[in-house]
Design a protein around this ligand. Structure first.
Ligand code: GAP
Length: 438
């Protein structure tokens, strides 16, 4: 059984900043708490995580289509979904030190963990987690709107649009990747819990009698996705929710959990939402949100199985799972053993020296690979330091152009995990890399 590794947390936060994965937002103004910007490498990693999800959930399936719904949304949606009434956390204030806490997260519901005083809490108040703003130029006449706290409702309110235009029939799914916003009371653990984050969600609409079977199918399929992308099986588990943990809409949920540096925690929830959402929106809007099965002559409201993952959280988990340190010749080598599909750069082109004589050939090599793979070009520092830098950011292959290249039209290709090197002629380089990178 793997143990939580608290030191790994600091190493990942440090690496993220030092190498340009994740920066504190508004840093030049002192930093905007629990908000993050994805740097040159982070944006590539995040995009690769989202692409891998989209490929598996949409591209490789005949029964799932995509959607990109708006973030701004009217209150009717959240009234019907239950978020206005239920999407809240119970808050208490300490009358001694003014600290604010989530009642349900306190070890002792009577004692303030900040100042240690007992019996000084105010009555618990429900704090709604949705960000509210106004649409229109004049505040007092403008309409209230909300930033969506999940992407899921976009799929429910477009159910009929998609059904009528895509010629799909249950079982079929609608998938979406996008930003969501929650006014979290206890954001923290770096990008694990933030107020602005990205989700990857899919609503799979099924005949009611097939819901259990599809719930089990998606639990397994989602576990397989993480494993296929290189997450170690002993750092991943599927944990069914207890009854008292279930969301207001769910009749069954399992979490995919990862062994984070602080212990097991959630990456994704797979929920059996029943017909709750379509029924709620049909009742509130007066529109029919059901399906008429011509074969059986039956009309029914599909049930929904929802695999809902966090893109930003998952990207961080892949970083943590890939991080490795090994001793090589008495030195510690840090290497991100990321699956090739997730690595920010697939190839780095490294001219051995900055001398002008190598530059044209090194550019030629960069031009050869850049159309097919995201590539880095680096001519600073010694070759050893550049290899170390590429290992630390997870680049699977370094291609070195040296003085011999000018004579033999061949380059040295070094593989990240084994550090093995091959001499490959330039006219075979693309094939060599394609065989290994796909
Ligand atoms: N539509 C269902 C839904 O939104 P959720 O469990 O609240 O379910 C799904 O969210 C996933 O979104 C979580 O498993 C997590 O990965 C991610 N997520 C939720 N809140 C987050 C936050 N504040 N920061 C980062 N990721 C978050």
């Amino acid at each position: 059984m793997p143990e939580p590794d608290p030191q790994l947390f600091d190493k990942i936060v440090n690496l993220s900043k030092r190498r340009g994965f994740v920066f504190q937002s508004a840093e030049i103004y002192g930093g905007f708490r629990s908000t993050y910007d994805y740097g040159p490498l982070g944006v590539l990693l995040l995009r690769n995580v989202k692409d891998a999800w989209w490929r598996s959930m949409v591209q490789m399936r005949h029964d799932v289509v995509g959607l990109d719904a708006s973030v701004l949304s009217p209150p009717q949606i959240w009234q019907a979904s239950g978020h206005l009434a239920n999407f809240s956390d119970p808050l208490v204030d300490c009358t001694n030190c003014n600290a604010r806490h989530r009642l349900d997260k306190l070890d002792d519901p009577d004692q303030c963990p900040t100042c240690g005083t007992s019996g000084a809490f105010t009555e618990a108040r429900d704090f709604n987690l949705m960000f509210k703003t106004q649409a229109g130029p004049v505040a007092d006449t403008a309409a209230d709107v909300y930033l969506r706290p999940e992407t899921a409702q976009g799929m429910f309110i477009n159910f009929a649009n998609v059904l009528n235009t895509s010629r799909k029939k249950p079982p079929f799914g609608i998938a979406q990747i996008g930003k969501s916003f929650r006014n979290e009371i206890t954001p923290g653990n770096f990008v694990f819990r933030t107020r602005e984050f990205e989700q990857m969600e899919m609503e799979f609409f099924v005949p009611p009698e097939e819901s259990t079977q599809w719930y089990e199918y998606w639990c397994q399929a989602r576990m397989d996705w993480y494993l296929d992308l290189g997450m170690p099986s002993d750092e991943l588990r599927l944990r069914p929710h207890d009854d008292d943990e279930l969301s207001h809409y769910s009749s069954g949920t399992s979490d995919v959990e990862f062994m984070f540096p602080w212990g097991w925690d959630e990456l994704e929830g797979i929920a059996n939402r029943g017909d709750y959402d379509l029924t709620q929106h049909a009742n509130a809007s007066g529109e029919k949100l059901d399906y008429f099965d011509q074969a059986s002559g039956e009309r029914y409201t599909p049930h929904v199985i929802e695999p809902a993952a966090g893109a930003t959280r998952t990207a961080m988990a892949f970083l943590m799972a890939a991080y490795d340190e090994e001793t090589v010749n008495d030195d510690t080598r840090t290497v991100l053993r990321l699956d090739h599909r997730l690595a920010p750069y697939k190839v780095a082109v490294l001219p051995l020296s900055k001398k002008d004589t190598l530059t044209p050939t090194a550019h030629e090599v960069f031009d050869l690979v850049k159309g097919r793979w995201m590539a880095d070009y680096d001519e600073t520092q010694s070759i050893g330091k550049r290899y170390a830098r590429q290992d630390e950011i997870g680049t699977p292959f370094c291609v070195t152009v040296d003085f011999e290249t000018l004579d033999d039209r061949a380059v040295t290709v070094r593989e990240r995990d084994s550090r093995e090197q091959d001499r490959v002629s330039l006219d075979q380089l693309e094939g060599y890399l394609a065989e290994r990178l796909g």
